[in-house]
Design a binder for this molecule. Structure first.
Ligand code: SAM
Length: 321
């Protein structure tokens, strides 16, 4: 892990955390470590947009203005970024003109796991505001077709702005529920699903306040419906990635288990990322056993790499026999 200083978020010593949350996460991980990282500032990070900029030139130009950049080991062109005067990276000129994209370091993982290539036909089912769509357009060198879908009009606006700013020109934007796609044969699909966001507490403490275990069943069902429909719209031999910024087993291993049980031709493929510590998958939780293949999914705890928490799973649609 890259060494750096942790800074506690001020006035969080007595932050109220629901007992149910403490009990649940004490079963899932080292609660004290998890809590410590949840209550410390998150390192900012950027990704150089290779559709518009050269990685080394951009790095030098930003460093010449007093910023410190440190490569993110698992993403070429990704950097942790800081400034001695705590300047806001959103004010950088390179951000305004689309040479860089401000993106969490582990949010770069799902596109890397999907690995879209120039010429592929790709669906980003839950795309707004577009951090992963713009990353994929760059990976595809603007070749092939990338459909960026979301079902919230307001969020589609920021998606459109980000695509334009990043010069992503192989994209088409659609506005509907991802569950409504029918009879397509995509090479690759990303389902970066709506979730409870328990991996993002250090960015938004509000998540702790609104956390409520009774909402998990509903969210999990919606996530399954999106993932199920993604699988149906993959060509044989195609690949999907299911990801969330949640750490709840019901939203992650349970959804993947349902996909594996629903489709005989679904297979989880293991992915590795250089320099990233991956946590053990949850194989059983509160009396529910998950499919053995979920062991090959990627569970990221904030305390393991000093990042947000994330879950990523690459699922292949096997060729028909
Ligand atoms: C985690 S966010 C996606 C973040 C995005 N992939 C990125 O990296 O910038 C989840 C998105 O799913 C969208 N969403 C929720 N339900 C949906 C549905 N049924 N169909 C399509 N999109 C949906 C939300 O509007 C939200 O923008």
């Amino acid at each position: 892990m890259v060494e750096h200083k942790l800074t506690a978020i001020p006035n969080t010593e007595n932050v109220e955390i629901k007992q149910g949350f403490i009990d649940r996460y004490s079963k899932l991980t080292d609660w004290e470590e998890f809590k410590k990282y949840c209550l410390c500032f998150l390192r900012r990070s950027i990704r150089v947009n290779t559709l518009k900029a050269d990685i080394e030139e951009t790095r030098k130009s930003i460093e010449s203005k007093g910023w410190k950049l440190e490569p993110i080991p698992w993403c070429k062109g990704g950097f942790f970024i800081s400034h001695p005067d705590r300047k806001d990276v959103g004010n950088l000129w390179e951000h305004h003109i689309g040479k860089i994209y401000v993106q969490e370091s582990v949010s770069m993982l799902p596109p890397l796991a999907l690995d879209p290539k120039p010429g592929d036909i790709v669906l980003d089912m839950c795309a707004a505001p577009g951090s992963k769509t713009t990353q994929m357009a760059a990976m595809m060198k603007n070749q092939g077709l990338l459909i960026a879908n979301d079902y919230k009009g307001m969020r589609i606006q920021s998606l459109g702005i980000n695509l334009q700013r990043s010069a992503a020109s192989n994209t088409i934007v659609t506005l509907m529920s991802g569950t409504r796609y029918k009879d397509f044969q995509f090479d690759k699909i990303l389902v970066d699903a709506p979730c409870s966001g328990t991996g993002t507490i250090r960015k938004s403490l509000k998540t702790l306040r609104i956390w409520n275990p009774s909402m998990l069943r509903k969210i999990s069902n919606e996530q399954f419906r999106l993932a199920e429909n993604a699988f149906l719209n993959l060509k044989p031999g195609g690949v999907m990635v299911y990801s969330t910024c949640s750490l709840e087993p019901e939203e992650n291993e349970a959804v993947v288990t349902r996909i594996l049980n629903r489709f005989d031709n679904a297979k989880v493929e293991k992915v590795n990322f250089p320099g990233l510590k991956i946590g053990t998958s949850v194989m059983e939780f509160e009396g529910v056993k998950y499919h053995e293949e979920v062991k090959d999914s990627v569970r990221i705890w904030p305390q393991d790499n000093d990042t947000e928490g994330f879950f990523v799973c690459r699922i292949k649609k096997l060729l028909d026999e």
